[in-house]
Design a protein around this ligand. Structure first.
Ligand SMILES: [Zn+2]
Length: 149
């Protein structure tokens, strides 16, 4: 340690400095870092459920299918509102993007649903993804047909 007054090196724990005689602060008690006991983390049941093979795919498929359906639904409402106002749909170019997004979501729903079933996750959730995917793809094709013709 070093003297607080004159700065000379003095033996650790000295009460007084041998050079200048200044009283030294009592040795700091070494602070014991409390050992943090990591609580044994009980994994919630939901996490264990996520390990069911194919469950993630099944849910992803259903979510894609539902989002696609909602997207398609709002698009139909929008088109219907414009057509009822103007008697026809003015600009169909913007609809291709929506139909394309719906088709992509439907394909994803189908792929995820099939993947879930292939992994043994044969539940209504996986089936919902497949069904929504097939419906979505069919509606997308019909929409493209109607937009082109
Ligand atoms: Zn000193």
């Amino acid at each position: 340690m070093f003297c607080a007054s004159c700065g000379n090196q003095i033996p650790d724990g000295s009460a007084n400095c041998p050079f200048c005689g200044a009283q030294q602060a009592p040795a700091q008690p070494t602070y014991q870092q409390p050992v943090y006991q990591q609580p044994t983390y009980q994994q919630p049941p939901a996490y264990q459920q996520a390990k069911i093979p194919g469950r993630g795919f099944g849910i992803a498929g259903m979510v894609c299918g539902i989002i696609g359906l909602i997207l398609s639904f709002f698009c139909m409402i929008g088109v219907g509102a414009i057509m009822s106002t103007y008697g026809r749909y003015l600009d169909t170019s913007g609809l291709f993007g929506e139909v394309f997004a719906y088709a992509i979501l439907s394909i994803l729903a189908l792929v995820f649903g099939v993947a879930a079933r292939n992994k043994g996750y044969r539940t209504g959730v996986a089936m919902a993804g497949i069904v929504l995917g097939v419906i979505g793809l069919a509606l997308s094709l019909i929409s493209v047909f109607m937009l082109i013709v």
